[in-house]
Write a protein that binds this ligand. Structure first.
Ligand code: S3P
Length: 425
């Protein structure tokens, strides 16, 4: 349990926001598809991504890690001796399903008690349809999953959900299918997989919502990447700034990929003063984000939900500090994240004295005066960090904090620059 004291105004520049989780997972997985040595700098050393690195080692990759740069070389995927443990990570499990479905051997993917309750049918069904041999509890919906690598047929798949995990899984499967494949999604989801694999030489074309993938005949070029800071992690500090009178912050080296900064755009729509500065463009646009406090007003969030799905809990803290009633719609995907984030956000805000209404696909939050409360994160890192940010306004106690290590190990170090915190056993 941690106690957070309310914060006074601050002016900060942060250069060490946690590296991007999505890109870190992909970098170690995609290195398995390259000939030669991939070099990954600023890899996220958090539980989720370290689990992916461990899995890659179990699949036979040679990993040299000097603490700064991780070098990975692979001679193809080897059948592992170990069960492959994805921990808390849906991204890990779903992308490995795509990578392993065509590999030679037998693979078992498992995860923690939360991940073993999350739906996997969204990847196992389209994989079954192209000939993958994959099984799991409840008719292949729940992990542990067992995969027997097999040959895969080409496909034209239209997904009903805008999910980068499903899209990436199917792109990875398509690389080893027996012909050209297409994948269409209802809204564009984050596109790191397409950018990174294209950068490695894969034949991937994107036309609006349809991605066309050519199977690879030979290994790809190795990756050489410095992972940018994670906008989903940076966003906690953007909200902290937006709700603290006279505060300002510079968040350095963040990916400015348009599919990832929609929550910052939403905060701008609420009235926050936000500016973006492009400093680099390799695989992705990268730069600094400047945020300054300004009074906030309510907004409606209903489009491009997948672009801010991870940031909605933190954005909801800004809603609670805004004038008027904010509404989130079309966000049923929130219910199958690390927790049911519609319920955890609504119940948490209610405990803090805020008026909320819950719907099947979203919720409303009426801005008011946040009151100190005790919040349990339900094992969900983004819920824990969001309510710690709320605590900057009114003081807060938050329990079940271990989960923060899945994505943002230095979170508390950075929070300490803003306010006093005390851990209670
Ligand atoms: C991710 C995709 C998103 C996101 C998750 C990371 C990825 O999930 O919520 O944190 O790296 O592909 P969905 O694809 O389920 O929307």
């Amino acid at each position: 349990m941690v106690t957070i004291a309310s914060a006074k105004s601050f002016s900060l520049e942060i250069a060490d926001i946690a590296p991007d989780k999505s890109i870190s997972h992909r970098s170690v997985m995609f290195a398995m598809l390259a000939s030669g040595t991939s070099k990954i700098e600023n890899f996220l050393r958090a539980e989720d991504t370290l689990n992916s690195l461990e899995i890659v080692k179990n699949l036979g990759a040679k990993v040299v890690d000097d603490g700064e740069v991780i070098q990975i070389s692979s001679e193809g995927i080897q059948e592992p001796f170990e069960i492959l443990d994805c921990g808390n990570s849906g991204t890990g499990m779903r992308l490995f399903c795509g990578l392993l479905s065509s590999a030679n051997g037998h693979f078992i993917l498992t995860g923690d008690k939360y991940l073993r309750c999350r739906p996997m049918k969204r990847v196992t069904q389209p994989l079954h349809d192209i000939g993958a041999v994959i099984d799991g509890r409840e008719d292949s919906n729940l992990a542990p999953l067992s995969i027997r690598g097999s040959s895969l047929k080409s496909f034209d798949y239209s997904s009903k959900i805008a999910s980068a995990q499903v899209k990436s899984c199917m792109i990875l499967a398509a690389l080893h299918a027996d012909g050209i494949c297409t994948y269409t999604e209802p809204e564009l989801s984050r596109d790191h997989t397409e950018r990174m694999l294209r950068g490695m030489g894969a034949g991937i074309k994107v036309d609006a919502l349809t991605t066309t993938i050519s199977p690879i005949k030979e290994l790809l070029s190795p990756l050489s990447i410095r992972v940018p800071a994670d906008p989903s992690s940076a966003f906690f500090f953007a909200v902290a700034t937006a709700i603290t009178p006279d505060a300002s912050i510079v968040l350095q080296g963040v990916t400015l990929n348009p599919t990832r900064i929609e929550a910052f755009k939403a905060l701008e729509r609420m009235g926050a003063d936000i500016r973006y500065e492009l400093t680099d463009d390799k695989y992705e646009p990268i730069g600094n984000i400047y945020v300054k406090y300004a009074p906030l007003k309510a907004i409606v969030v209903e489009d491009n939900i997948s672009w801010l799905i991870d940031e909605l809990p933190a954005l909801s803290i800004a809603f609670a500090c805004a004038e008027g009633t904010s509404t989130v719609k079309n966000a049923e995907e929130l219910r199958v994240k690390e927790s049911d984030r519609i319920t955890t956000v609504v119940e948490g805000l209610k405990a803090c004295g805020i008026v909320t209404t819950e719907y099947a696909d979203g919720y409303t939050v009426t801005g008011g005066t946040l009151k100190s409360a005790t919040i349990d994160s339900d094992g969900d890192h983004r819920i824990a960090m969001s309510f710690i940010i709320a605590g900057l306004k009114c003081g807060m106690q938050v329990s079940d904090l271990e989960c923060i290590n899945t994505s943002f190990p230095n979170f508390f170090e950075l929070i300490k620059k803003i306010t006093d915190i005390k851990f209670i056993l």
